[in-house]
Design a protein around this ligand. Structure first.
Ligand SMILES: Nc1ncnc2c1ncn2[C@@H]1O[C@H](COP(=O)(O)OP(=O)(O)OP(=O)(O)O)[C@@H](O)[C@H]1O
Ligand SMILES: [Mg+2]
Length: 330
């Protein structure tokens, strides 16, 4: 029977001088963590906090803080930590005269709308930059219309130009499956072929991340048998639970110095529960929450101007998002 390890690695709130919450990444591995030790059983039943101390100049410090500010996504956080660990150890191995091995970091992100794919891709770009894998660490975000041209040869040229712009960073292709939409004759295929060629020609000079909704990506990979093996890292971005969506809403409000009143949180929760079940396939998760919250800020502003035609509302009033500020169509 496979024994699962659970270790909790703390990546925040240490030595940075700035208090921060911890991201508790639960590391699971199929190999025994301490098979000879009597603590192995304890590990199985209860995660043990191994607060791995990060030095002040550790490249993961800032990345950890950014990950920390994202709600949920434990599997994603874990994978990013694994990549960091691998890069760190590769460095030590090459210092010790061992083979570093060359790794391929092209990735596929699958997940419904608004599950954090673009945000995480930016963090990944930054991590690779800090670890010396990518020289610039920027991200070029493109979709079908940016890659596909209007006549034969145009697509290859457009795609090559974008790859050139992405060198030293990440090329993030959103809704990647749409490149396979039109079949053999479609210029989308030319874009795919050009991307595949660029992966060979510019090995290790950029990281390609294809993103899309799970079913469509699956279909896309089936229609391109050569593709899956070129993307050894696949990350699934699960839908957020209602509690996580509420946490995200509160975080978004807090970041901008607003407070959601308890009744507003209640109203939002009711609405999200309804919305999530009604639009199961197209529900846009954190993006939906962001839109609702931003709309609420506007409604709050209008309400306050009406309420206080002369003079300024107090600080508390300026911060409070009241239930009547939360409005939805329908
Ligand atoms: N886990 C999270 N915690 C806090 N905010 C989040 C989280 N996930 C997403 N968001 C916020 O939700 C919005 C949408 O996220 P993002 O653009 O990364 O999602 P996406 O998966 O790329 O969506 P789409 O498929 O629609 O492009 C952003 O404003 C982002 O900051
Ligand atoms: Mg996106």
């Amino acid at each position: 029977m496979k024994q699962m390890d659970e270790r909790v690695v703390s990546t925040g709130g240490n030595g940075s001088g700035r208090p921060s919450r911890q991201i508790n990444v639960v590391l699971r591995s199929s190999e025994s963590y301490a098979s000879t030790s009597s603590s192995a059983q304890a590990l199985e039943s209860e995660p043990v906090a191994v607060a791995k101390p990060l030095s002040a100049n550790d490249p993961f410090l800032e990345i950890g803080r950014e990950l920390d500010s994202m709600v949920g996504l434990d599997n994603v956080k874990l994978l990013i930590y694994e990549i960091y660990a691998l890069l760190q150890i590769s460095r030590m191995r090459s210092d010790a005269g061992l083979t570093g091995g060359s790794h391929v970091y092209h990735m596929i992100f699958t997940g419904n709308p608004g599950t954090g794919k673009t945000s995480i891709a930016r963090i990944v770009a930054k991590l690779f930059n800090k670890m010396g894998v990518l020289s610039k660490g920027h991200m070029i975000e493109v979709e079908r219309a940016d890659l596909v041209g209007e006549y034969i040869g145009h697509t290859a040229q457009k795609t090559r130009d974008l790859v050139r712009k992405a060198l030293g960073g990440v090329l993030f292709v959103d809704e990647a499956y749409s490149l396979a939409r039109g079949g053999e004759k479609d210029f989308g295929k030319e874009a795919i072929d050009t991307l595949v060629k660029a992966m060979e020609d510019h090995r290790n000079q950029f990281v390609l991340i294809l993103a899309g909704y799970p079913l469509e990506i699956e279909h896309f990979l089936l229609t391109n048998p050569g593709l899956p093996s070129r993307f050894p890292i696949q990350i699934d971005f699960p839908d957020y639970s209602i509690d996580q969506l509420i946490q995200i809403a509160e975080l978004m409000a807090k970041d901008r110095d607003y407070t959601l009143m308890p009744q507003s949180v209640f109203k939002l929760r009711q609405h999200l529960m309804q919305e999530k079940t009604m639009t199961m396939f197209a529900f846009s998760n954190a993006r939906y929450v962001r839109n609702v919250i931003e709309k609420a800020f506007r409604h709050q502003a209008v309400r306050l101007l009406n309420q206080y035609p002369t003079g300024s509302p107090g600080k508390q009033e300026l911060m409070a998002v009241r239930p009547e500020d939360l409005k939805w169509e329908k």
